[in-house]
Design a protein around this ligand. Structure first.
Ligand SMILES: *Cc1c(COP(=O)(O)O)cnc(C)c1O
Length: 429
């Protein structure tokens, strides 16, 4: 697989390089030189999830990872179910939260960990990542206990639920977690600064497991196909797919799937009140506001890092930006969406509620809607219980994590302090 830097197209890398490097020069995102087309989509959709995912990923990666190895990586990474659930006559949920940390980020993180294990050739690496919640848990779990890989996770102090925090800040071993006294964008900025710092990079072999890493996006393509495949059992319309978006990695993966030939009527970029993209789609002006804290906190992002890829895919395919629908959902609407879904028998959490609401607002009578349910409701138990006046039970992975003590450190939002801390980490084996 050949990729190039969107900011400096002359910089070309292989998948293995993009996997290890994360970003190119000037923090440019890597983008595939070619998007493979699937010849027989109908046959592909007939296949079981793992087999189909192996075929999809082989279309991208077979020149770099032998097919039998790749098949093994895929079946190890995707070892849990991905059900489509009918919510209403023409409204369906693609449940992406049945993995070990109960959120869709398990797909990308687990596949990335498998790829690094396969391609890093025993070179020690340090994963440095910023999380607004679920990435941290997924990355920590996917890499926990792997030899030669240290993981450092930054997160905004006090801006994620305490249960979310427990899911990735209690593991220890090769996992270090640092609460930063600022918001998610500031954490992401610290990570960017670390990657731009040559000496630090050389000393630690930094690698970002953020959704900017192309390996994660490739993994996520697979569940869009699975959603469409399962949906065909109920309804043969190409669906309108609503993607609850923060950094827009998920939507990027969906657009890759569409570019490969997956049938979809249109995509909705659903955001909370951090609405940079819906406003941009409406008036063509890119004008991020300061990030606002909302109850769908994994989407509290005002400068989404994957956006240049979204535009590049559309351009690659000769499509228009106007084909994307951008919908911003308020806190009030998120609450009522959650309550409405519960009233018709579907328990959701705020992120899925945002995506469902965006569909309810825009779906035409003859259309079929599929929204991505990106996290397990119990991951947002405090909020869900408060809105629905319920006391939902904790699934086992969460109950176990909740009982463990927090191992996080705290740090002021300052790059020099972070740098010192990281270098120290390298001295203690
Ligand atoms: C990360 C996350 C999102 C947003 O995904 P992006 O790829 O960053 O757009 C939505 N919902 C949940 C639960 C998440 O963890």
């Amino acid at each position: 697989m050949q990729l190039y830097n969107l900011k400096h197209p002359e910089e070309k890398v292989s998948f293995a390089q993009a996997l290890k490097q994360g970003l190119g020069r000037d923090r440019g995102l890597f983008f595939p030189a070619k998007i493979p087309l699937i010849d027989n989509i109908a046959a592909l959709l007939q296949k079981p999830f793992i087999e189909r995912s192996q075929e999809i990923l082989a279309a991208w990666l077979s020149d770099e990872i032998p097919e039998n190895r790749l098949n093994q990586l895929v079946s190890r990474a995707f070892s849990f179910p991905v059900p489509v659930v009918r919510v209403e006559e023409r409204l369906f949920s693609l449940e992406l939260f049945h993995g070990p940390t109960l959120a869709f980020k398990d797909f990308g993180a687990r596949f990335m960990a498998q790829c690094l294990n396969e391609l890093a050739e025993n070179q020690p690496v340090t994963i440095l990542t910023a999380t607004s919640g679920d990435t941290g848990a997924a990355v920590a779990d996917a890499f926990h206990g792997l030899n030669n890989i240290k993981v450092v996770i930054l997160y905004p102090e006090g801006r994620i639920s305490s249960l979310q925090e427990k899911m990735f800040c209690t593991l220890g071993d090769n996992i270090t977690t640092i609460a930063i006294s600022s918001d998610f964008d500031a954490c992401q900025e610290l990570v960017k600064q670390a990657f731009a710092n040559e000496p630090l990079n050389r000393a630690l072999h930094l690698n970002s497991a953020n959704s900017i890493n192309i390996s994660r996006l490739l993994a996520q393509i697979c569940y869009f196909f699975e959603g469409v495949a399962q949906l065909q059992r109920f309804d043969t319309n190409a669906p309108v797919i609503s993607v609850p978006s923060g950094n827009f990695g998920d939507l990027t993966a969906g657009l890759f799937a569409q570019a490969m030939g997956m049938p979809v009527k249109r995509f909705i970029a659903a955001t909370n009140s951090n609405d940079t993209v819906p406003r941009y789609l409406a008036d063509g002006v890119w004008a991020p506001h300061p990030t606002r804290a909302t109850m769908s906190n994994a989407m509290d992002v005002s400068e989404p890092s994957n956006w240049p890829r979204v535009e590049a895919i559309l351009k690659h395919n000769g499509r228009q930006l106007s084909e994307l629908q951008g919908i911003s959902v308020s806190e009030e609407e998120t609450r009522s969406s959650l309550a409405h879904l519960n009233a018709i028998g579907y328990l959701a959490e705020p992120h899925a509620a945002v995506a469902a609401e965006a569909l309810q607002k825009t779906l035409l009578p003859a259309e079929t809607g599929l929204f991505l349910a990106t996290a397990h409701p119990a991951k947002f138990k405090e909020r869900v219980d408060e809105i629905l006046r319920t006391d939902i039970p904790l699934p086992r992975p969460l109950a176990e994590a909740a009982a463990r003590p927090l191992l996080s450190e705290r740090l002021i939002c300052d790059f020099d302090l972070l740098k010192k801390r990281l270098l120290l980490l390298n001295q203690t084996a």
